[in-house]
Design a protein around this ligand. Structure first.
Ligand SMILES: [Zn+2]
Length: 234
């Protein structure tokens, strides 16, 4: 079983709030707030506009794109125990774009490891990246600002190292405390098809389902392979 690292879980882990990171990782609780919900609404609106008009709204730069892809969800394999997952707000070769709402300036995001981690994700997913642009819109003050982060080889190396270090810490912690047994594996049941262990999965809306551990996602073909057993909630 592989650890699925995301920037948000790793940054929570890095902040020292282990309990929250674990709840986020296993989706034991949904962490949301009115500000986060509003951020999601803006992201959806902007993604639709970008797809339709190939241009970003004025709040986030009025950028004229060439061939933008909005909201790209990617999963890449880093090594035999680690996958990296994330959603890139927009990609238009050779730039990745991140949209931010709320009070924190684009600078505060630019100085976090996030742009580098998304650079790693995009690069390993085969998307060529030269820089990340973080566009921030403060919807309360109706003000915008943006920052540019150059994605160099050095930065990719450091970011990959950041991901691997934190992920290995957390993965070891989950193993040592038998938390995969508690929250990932379905207790006391085996797959009726192939006798492998059953695991919990989550749909996009957060609803839980059960699937066979031998159901593996193939990154090359972008398809699920192996045992097809799935049990949807009744
Ligand atoms: Zn099975």
């Amino acid at each position: 079983m592989k650890f699925r690292a995301s920037y948000s879980v790793l940054s929570t882990w890095a902040s020292g709030d282990w309990e929250r990171a674990i709840k986020q990782y296993f989706k034991l609780e949904t962490f949301t707030s009115p500000a986060m919900e509003e951020g999601k609404r803006f992201h959806k609106l902007w993604a639709d506009q970008i797809t339709e008009f190939k241009e970003s709204p004025t709040e986030i730069g009025a950028i004229k794109f060439i061939n933008p892809i909005a909201e790209i969800k990617k999963t890449v394999s880093i090594n035999d125990w680690l996958d990296l997952v994330g959603v890139i707000d927009c990609y238009d070769k050779p730039i990745i774009y991140e949209w931010k709402t709320g009070k924190s300036s684009s600078e505060s995001y630019a100085s976090s490891p996030q742009a580098g981690v998304y650079g790693v994700l995009a690069t390993l997913a085969g998307l060529y990246v030269e820089k990340a642009e973080i566009h921030h819109y403060d919807q309360y003050l109706k003000k915008s600002d943006f920052s540019i982060v150059w994605v160099t080889d050095e930065m990719l190396k450091n970011s990959l190292n950041w991901v691997e270090t934190l992920a290995s810490e957390m993965h070891n912690y989950l193993n040592e405390n038998k938390l995969y047994d508690k929250y990932y594996y379905v207790e006391g049941r085996a797959c009726p098809t192939c006798k492998s262990r059953l695991v919990y999965g989550h749909k996009k809306d957060g609803e839980q389902f059960i699937k066979c551990e031998a159901n593996i996602y193939n990154f090359d073909t972008q398809k699920a392979e192996g045992c097809p057993f799935v049990e949807w909630p009744k």
